[in-house]
Design a protein around this ligand. Structure first.
Ligand code: PAF
Length: 322
């Protein structure tokens, strides 16, 4: 072929490629109550990488912050957003069985918690969601919750008495703080910082990654490593979204969920390793030596009330899990 003709053909081909319509992409919004630079953000980023790659970029995952977890779950349920990451805090209002996981001192340590969630117990629990109009893709985690406040060092359960403590909108947590003699005040995370600033509440409780990522050290002076309850988290998706996916894309979603869980857990572990020192550096007074048995004993007196309406056989099964 004549050189000029070949050049003209190549130019025409390049032009037709550049003029080709952009590949149609479906947007998948994933909401989370905290910023992208967090343990939930790590999970969402892994989810994005895997899901986009395995579906050849036919989907584009977009991270959006919504620090009202209950509202985000409702949006997933009605299908106005595709997915969200949430602690189990408000999930019991949708799938009451999850409240069994919110019992204080239920899990001995992180390995126990992760093991149970990865076992048939965790899988059975995920299986409860579709009947409530939600698809639970994977267990993520928030971590063990610790107390902070602006009034005093908490060394013993007696120090908690009389403190106004923000809790999640979770009756199990509220009853536990009542048992300790605190004044539990449930509210969405979106309301927490103003409530601490205005003194509506004296304290709150959250895992180290949350305290770090949200600079709660700016509004709280004292941190005590109570580790009073493990806070599981979930990657939830809307049936309206999942049911439209092909079998192959659904498999990609499940793989993305597993990768999200691994990245999220790795980040929680890392934050827990360095977070306490960082919070001290930012000026918090941290009590690390906590008499956990004393807190467990103080709560034992109210256990009938705290575990009211829960599944005692399941709680026993979780406690005895090895
Ligand atoms: O305290 C809460 O509400 C939750 O732990 C948070 C920070 C929204 C993360 O799930």
């Amino acid at each position: 072929m004549h050189l000029n003709r070949r050049l003209m053909l190549a130019a025409a081909l390049a032009l037709s490629l550049s003029a080709a319509p952009a590949l149609a992409q479906t947007q998948v919004t994933i909401q989370s109550p905290i910023g992208i630079n967090s343990h939930y953000g790590a999970g969402a980023s892994a989810f994005k990488d895997t899901f986009e790659r395995l579906t050849n970029n036919r989907f584009r995952v977009v991270y959006q912050r919504n620090d009202n977890e209950r509202e985000a779950i409702e949006s997933v349920q009605i299908g106005t957003i595709e997915c969200n990451i949430t602690s189990t805090g408000p999930v019991g209002n949708f799938v009451p069985e999850t409240r069994n996981l919110d019992v204080p001192f239920l899990f001995r340590d992180t390995a126990h918690a992760r093991g149970v969630l990865d076992s048939e117990i965790g899988q059975e629990m995920l299986g409860r969601f579709p009947a409530r109009g939600i698809i639970a893709v994977a267990w993520l985690e928030n971590g063990f919750r610790h107390m902070t406040n602006s009034r005093r060092e908490v060394n013993t359960p007696a120090d908690v008495r009389g403190l106004k403590v923000r809790t999640m909108e979770n009756p199990v947590h509220m009853r536990a703080f009542q048992t300790l003699g605190a004044l539990p005040t449930p509210m969405a995370f979106s309301e927490l910082v103003p409530a601490l600033q205005q003194g509506t509440v004296d304290g709150q409780e959250n895992p180290i990654p949350v305290i770090l990522n949200n600079n709660l050290n700016q509004v709280q002076r004292y941190l005590t490593l109570t580790g009073h309850v493990y806070s599981p988290a979930l990657l939830l998706c809307s049936p309206a979204f999942v049911n439209r996916l092909s079998q192959q894309d659904r498999a990609a979603l499940m793989q993305a969920g597993r990768d999200a869980a691994a990245a999220n857990r790795a980040r929680v572990t890392a934050d827990e390793q360095t977070g306490v020192e960082e919070l001290r550096r930012r000026g918090m007074t941290v009590v690390t030596q906590v008499d956990s048995a004393a807190f467990q004993q103080a709560l034992a007196g109210g256990s009938a009330q705290i575990e009211q309406g829960l599944d005692s056989a399941l709680i026993r099964r979780i406690r005895e899990w090895r």
